[in-house]
Write a new protein. Sequence first.
Length: 306
Amino acid sequence: LIQLYVPLNFMGTLYREIKQAVTDIEMMFGLLERDPEIKDAPDATPLAIRAGTIRFEDVHFHYNASRPILKGISFEVPAGRTVAIVGPSGAGKSTLSRLLFRFYDIAQGRITIDGQDIRTATQASLRQAIGMVPQDTVLFNDTIRYNIRYGRWDASDDEIEEAARNAQIDHFIRALPQGYEAEVGERGLKLSGGEKQRVAIARTILKSPPILILDEATSALDSHTEKEIQDALERVSRGRTTLVIAHRLSTVVTADEIIVLDAGTIAERGTHGELLARGGLYASLWNRQREADEARARLAQIAEDE
Ligand code: ATP
């Protein structure tokens, strides 16, 4: 029996590893959103991560040759720092994160991590080094504990609960009648967008990758939830090289640098304070969002009063 058990056990582990690698990718962007032509170079080596510095050097990219999406983008995310990408809808923000994962190859330029062109690294090692908190997390039809453990299969129950505490979701889980054993997903408990995002943060805390991509939620959350999520994101990004894809602007205020993307080029760059003082595209995006948020808050207040 032992003879049968060992290979089966091995296959189980292998299956889970493959499933995790594949599902990570699928869950982030959807299987259709990657180029099936992307393969490891014959002499690809595992990425050797030291500090985790990311550089985009004169990056040009198009999905279809007739329509350039990025037109010579250069920026650096120094090790352990946070850079936020903002800009109007369709500017190419999420595209940058897909390129960092090498879901597509670029037409010109280089993307490096600690000086290594990501095209020379194995895709498995690249994806292992990067954690992603997507804006819309897909949960498995399983327990909430399983859904968090997915970040790292060998995590202990204590580690899972600690990750949940750091992700500000532990309170919520403990209040459920079945706690960590509650079933979630399509057939189980439906979690809100903010709760799902905190499960994703807990997963990422368990995975503990040196590089992090935070894809900020597009939709507005209530201000209490937003504050909780921001705190959780701040904890998970501390000390890690972090690229924030900011569809709204709430998480960018404390970024070390903000890159304002417009129609595939960098229109402005600087800190929140510098960009507001400049009174350009960032300032107008910021003001527009503030007005929208204020209007939403007024409407919510009216609804509450009635
Ligand atoms: P948003 O804030 O609305 O999410 P974004 O700045 O993240 O926008 P991207 O998702 O990077 O924008 O898209 C940039 C442009 O590339 C858009 O015009 C989009 O239509 C186009 N695009 C995105 N994905 C694909 C794809 N798989 N094939 C072809 N075009 C695409």
